[in-house]
Design a protein around this ligand. Structure first.
Ligand SMILES: Cc1cc2nc3c(=O)[nH]c(=O)nc-3n(C[C@H](O)[C@H](O)[C@H](O)COP(=O)(O)OP(=O)(O)OC[C@H]3O[C@@H](n4cnc5c(N)ncnc54)[C@H](O)[C@@H]3O)c2cc1C
Length: 294
C-alpha cells in the first residue's frame, strides 16, 4: 500500500549554522503516472516538503536515486553540516546515490507534493529507468531549494520583451509548461517542441491566448529538427526573450542561429544543454559546460 502519511525520518537535512540555499529532502513516491507516450509524472511527498521553496519557472533540482540492488539511496553522511555535494563526492562511487537533474513541474500544499516529469523514451540511463519502474512508497532524496531565490531558475524575463520564444525537446517540456503557467496573460509566446511523435502533443496546455505551439516530430530521424524548424519560421516582430533547452548540440545550433542570423541580443537568449547525445549526466559533469557561449 502506498504511504498516505509522511514517512518517519523525512525531515530535511539542513545545516545548523547558516541557512543553506539547497538542502536534501528525503521523500517517497506518492504516485507514478504516464501522462504522454514518453513522459512519466512522478509525484513525491514527505514531511520535509514543508520547507521546500519552489522558485517556479524552470526551477531545477537534483534527484538522488538508489544504485542497482539498493532499496533506497544512501544519505550522504554529514550532509547537513558541511554541504551535501562534498559529502556525496566523498562517498564510494559504487554505493553513493546516482545524481540526475530535473525540473519541478508543480508544487502543491495540503498535502505537500511535488511533480517531476521525466522523459522515458528508449533506455537512457538510471534516471529514466527509475522513472519507468518506480512505485508508490519508493524512497528518493531530492536536493532542492530551501529559501526564497535559492538559485536554479534561469528564465528571467526582461520587462522590455515584446514576446517570448520557448524551444526544447521532451527533457525541456516540463520547464516549458511551468514557464507557461507563470507568463503574463496575453504576452505573445512561440513554442517549438521537438518530440518523438504525436503521442506527446497533449502535454502542453492548449487554447491559451497568445501562445502558439509548433510540434516537431523527430520520428526515426536522429538529427535535431529544432534548429531547422526555427530557422524556417516567421517570428513575431519586436524584441524577443528566448529560452532554449534540450540536447546540447541542438541547443548550441539554435542559439547561434538566433544570435548570429536573427541578430537577437545574446543577453536575451537563455540556453541550456539539458543532456548530450552519447554522454551520461555523470560524464557531462566531468566534461564541463555542455554548450559554449560563443
Ligand atoms: C537544469 C536541467 C533540468 C532538466 N529537467 C528535466 C526534466 O524535467 N525532465 C527530464 O526528463 N529531463 C530533464 N533534464 C535532462 C536530464 O537530466 C537528462 O536527460 C539526464 O541525462 C537523464 O538521465 P538518465 O539517467 O536517464 O540518462 P544518462 O545516464 O544521463 O544518459 C544515458 C544515455 O541516454 C542519453 N539521454 C539522456 N537524456 C536523454 C533524453 N532526454 N533523450 C534522449 N537520450 C537521452 C544520453 O545521451 C546517454 O547516451 C534536465 C537537465 C537539466 C540540466
Amino acid at each position: 500500500m502506498p504511504p498516505t502519511r509522511p514517512l518517519r525520518g523525512e525531515r530535511a537535512l539542513t545545516s545548523t549554522t547558516a541557512p543553506a540555499r539547497f538542502v536534501l529532502f528525503p521523500l517517497h513516491v506518492v504516485r507514478s503516472t504516464r501522462i504522454t507516450a514518453h513522459l512519466a509524472r512522478i509525484t513525491l511527498g514527505g514531511e520535509s516538503l514543508a520547507g521546500f521553496v519552489n522558485g517556479g519557472l524552470d526551477q531545477r533540482i537534483k534527484l538522488l536515486l538508489p544504485q542497482p540492488g539498493q532499496t533506497e539511496p544512501l544519505t550522504p553522511p554529514g550532509a547537513g553540516e558541511f554541504g551535501w555535494y562534498q559529502s556525496w563526492r566523498a562517498m564510494d562511487p559504487a554505493v553513493r546515490p546516482v545524481l540526475r537533474t530535473y525540473t519541478v513541474r508543480a508544487q502543491r500544499r495540503d498535502p505537500d507534493e511535488i511533480d517531476i516529469d521525466i522523459a522515458v523514451q528508449g533506455d537512457h540511463g538510471p534516471g529514466s529507468r527509475w522513472a519507468v519502474k518506480t512505485a508508490p512508497g519508493d524512497r528518493v532524496i531530492v536536493c532542492g531549494p530551501a529559501v526564497e531565490e535559492a538559485g536554479g531558475v534561469e528564465f528571467r524575463l526582461p520587462p522590455s520583451a515584446d514576446w517570448v520564444l520557448l524551444a526544447g525537446d521532451e527533457s525541456a517540456l516540463p520547464a516549458v509548461a511551468a514557464i507557461l503557467d507563470e507568463l503574463p496573460a496575453g504576452l505573445p509566446v512561440r513554442v517549438f517542441a521537438e518530440v518523438e511523435g504525436p503521442g506527446e502533443e497533449g502535454y502542453l496546455p492548449t487554447g491559451r491566448p497568445g501562445v502558439e505551439v509548433t510540434w516537431l516530430h523527430r520520428g526515426e530521424d536522429v538529427d535535431p529538427v529544432l534548429p531547422t524548424a526555427v530557422r524556417a519560421a516567421e517570428l513575431p516582430p519586436g524584441e524577443p526573450y528566448a529560452w532554449i533547452a534540450g540536447e546540447a548540440a541542438s541547443v548550441r545550433e539554435l542559439r547561434r542561429h538566433l544570435v548570429r542570423e536573427r541578430g537577437i541580443d545574446r543577453r536575451a537568449v537563455c540556453f541550456m544543454g539539458y543532456w548530450r547525445a552519447g554522454r551520461t549526466e555523470d560524464q557531462r559533469a566531468e566534461d564541463g559546460p555542455a554548450v559554449d557561449d560563443d
